[in-house]
Design a protein around this ligand. Structure first.
Ligand code: ATP
Length: 592
């Protein structure tokens, strides 16, 4: 024992199984402690094991590029089974079941282990923790799907279905052990969480804190090491937010809808760290000159949101553009019309000093001193200045100091009308704390989404009519969004009862009725079809006014946060909205 090369992965699997089954968090922790004491001796043992227990925090390996759907195809190929076989369909359709609906539907790892069980032996394949890490390194290092499949085939050879199930969960970076990362860290070392929060470096934490009895001096943030961001607490309405921040000096800001990015600048060296602690060099080409010219100090860390600026409209581009530009940037294209733009709303480090302990008000002053804003490229979000000075005439400002709840409500209403995602309220006297979500920042968004599991109870794939000839009943309908919320349970019951006699089973991948058009995206195919459009019912839908370009649905745009407003039993089926009218609506609301 203790020779890490020899520690079988099956030992870790027994610990996973035990932890997942046990309800008591102290028992989970003591099992983890026993594992550490018995099997981790050398410095690298700790990291090699803990990265397999907290896979979402392991940035050494980056991303595997394997979300469930791609992983399904790679596993099917690695197992050498036909993509049309029942098991392959089950894996592809893991969310809703294949021909036979199994009990594990909705849990990819369980569906995978069901499929694997029929093909792998019961006894452990003898894979060691070290071998697994080497293979996972290979899996993340290649972008080539065939090579990924090869690594998975090797893993399958060296494991049984139980072990492989856990490996699938490691790849998906969620082990569902029912224990928080906080308690894992705490059991490992009392200072582990703090050190991780300011370094985002699991390897370093494992190396520095191996000895539980030696306390570590609290470490501050450093340039060049990602720090876990300060977060916002969700709050239901303006009144509740105001109450929570009672007596504080409050700034309200627009909640921009881009990517949270920390810019670390040290001389000519610049890093762009995202929420998952990864460095994003793709911003470098577009942003480094601006940063060098407009940041007036040699060393600093800015916290902000990376957005896309549309030079033709002189506005931030609509939600979704980030992903599109990122794709283009990867392919080497450079769009002149749409460019990256950073909105810095905070500053964490200046010169050789961390400033997170200063108040937000003081940090705003530092932001003003350190950054020379450049329109549409590098902006600062501070009250009475910065980005506010660049707002288009007649449009609401982006941040202001609020003196009463009415002002917060008004600001919220304006940002929503202006198609922003919501607002963030901040205590101007507060310091910036890594990974904190205790209410120094509050986020308020239009509450379109009914939380909880009832979201999946009934969802409808809705379509738009395609009218080839005016005044003739439409013959084709194209999918454009999925909607499940908005109706009371009784209203929903009534609707389902009415439609139920006309439900026809969807047998993926074939047999989409000829009058419906959907994409091949398996997630966006219904479990049942309505037998024919005449039997269907019109739903009136409200949504966030922004629309998104759609790939998942057949229509060119889909809705954000759709919600059923009313069931229109009164309207005949053929009077439903058609594609052209919808597209016109989108264009007119976008001001085109
Ligand atoms: P959400 O999905 O609501 O963005 P989240 O979990 O990603 O939630 P939260 O901490 O809950 O993140 O919300 C804060 C996020 O909002 C930040 O991570 C940042 O990306 C974004 N954001 C946009 N504008 C601001 C702003 N003015 N101040 C702080 N955060 C902002």
């Amino acid at each position: 024992m203790g020779d890490e090369k020899a520690v079988p992965f099956s030992v870790l699997c027994s610990m996973y199984n035990w932890m997942a089954k046990s309800k008591s968090s102290s028992k989970k922790r003591s099992k983890f402690r026993k594992f550490l004491d018995n099997y981790c001796k050398s410095p690298s043992d700790y990291f090699n094991s803990i990265r397999l227990i907290l896979p979402s925090l392991d940035r050494e390996r980056g991303s595997y590029g394997l979300k469930e759907s791609v992983l399904a195809t790679c596993l099917i190929d690695a197992l050498g089974i036909s993509r049309e076989s029942e098991d392959a369909v089950r894996l592809i359709n893991w969310r809703k079941g294949g021909a036979k609906t199994g009990v594990n539907v909705g849990n990819f790892a369980l569906v995978a282990s069901e499929v694997l069980q029929r093909r792998q032996s019961l006894s452990s394949g003898g894979l060691t923790i070290l071998e697994l890490n080497v293979l996972l390194d290979r899996l993340s290092a290649t972008e080539n799907r065939a090579e990924k499949t090869g690594v998975l085939a090797e893993l399958i050879k060296k494991t049984n279905a139980q072990e492989m199930k856990w490996i699938v969960m490691i790849i998906l970076k969620d082990l569902k052990l029912g224990t928080s990362e906080k308690s894992i860290f705490h059991e490992f070392h009392p200072d582990a969480e703090d050190l991780f929060n300011v370094t985002c470096d699991l390897k370093l934490v494992c190396e520095k804190l191996r000895d539980r009895s030696k306390r570590h001096k609290r470490q501050d943030i450093e340039i060049g090491k990602a720090v876990r961001p300060q977060l916002a607490l969700r709050i239901s309405d303006a009144a509740a937010a105001w109450k929570k921040l009672h007596g504080k000096e409050v700034v309200v800001e627009c909640k921009f809808d881009g990517d949270r990015i920390q810019i670390h600048k040290s001389g000519a060296e610049i890093h762009f760290f995202s929420r998952n602690f990864l460095d994003h060099p793709e911003y470098e080409h577009a942003m480094s000159n601006i940063i060098k010219e407009n940041i007036l100090v040699d060393r600093c860390i800015l916290d902000g949101e990376m957005l896309v600026w549309d030079t033709s409209t002189n506005r931030f581009a609509e939600f979704g553009s980030n992903q599109e530009i990122a794709k283009d940037a990867k392919q080497g294209f450079d769009s002149d019309r749409q460019i990256w733009s950073d909105v810095a709303f905070d500053i964490l480090y200046v010169g050789d000093t961390s400033v997170i302990h200063q108040s937000l008000k003081e940090r705003h002053e530092l932001l003003r001193k350190v950054v020379k804003p450049s329109k549409g490229r590098l902006e600062i979000l501070v009250p009475n200045g910065g980005l506010n000075a660049h707002r288009p005439p007649g449009e609401p400002c982006w941040s202001l100091i609020a003196y009463n709840v009415e002002e917060v409500q008004k600001f919220f209403n304006e940002t929503i009308e202006n198609r922003d995602e919501g607002i963030v309220l901040k205590d101007l006297g507060s310091k910036w704390e890594p990974s904190d979500r205790n209410g120094k920042w509050l986020k308020l968004k239009p509450d379109y989404i009914r939380a909880g599991s009832d979201l999946d109870v009934a969802q409808f794939l809705v379509g738009l009519a395609e009218r080839s000839v005016p005044n003739i009943y439409p013959r084709r309908f194209i999918s454009f969004c999925r909607v499940g919320t908005g109706l009371s349970d009784d209203e929903l019951d009534a609707l389902v009862t009415k439609l139920k006699p006309y439900f026809r089973k969807n047998e993926y991948p074939k047999r989409t009725p000829s009058f419906y058009e959907v994409t091949n995206n398996s997630k966006e195919r219904p479990e049942v079809w309505i037998e024919s459009p005449e039997k269907s019912i019109i739903l009136s839908i409200t949504s966030d006014i922004r629309t998104i370009r759609s790939e998942a649905f057949a229509a060119p745009y889909c809705l954000r946060f759709p919600r059923i407003d009313r069931v229109r039993y009164d309207k005949p089926w053929h009077e439903c909205l058609d594609v052209q009218s919808f597209v016109d609506l989108v264009h007119s609301s976008n001001g085109n």
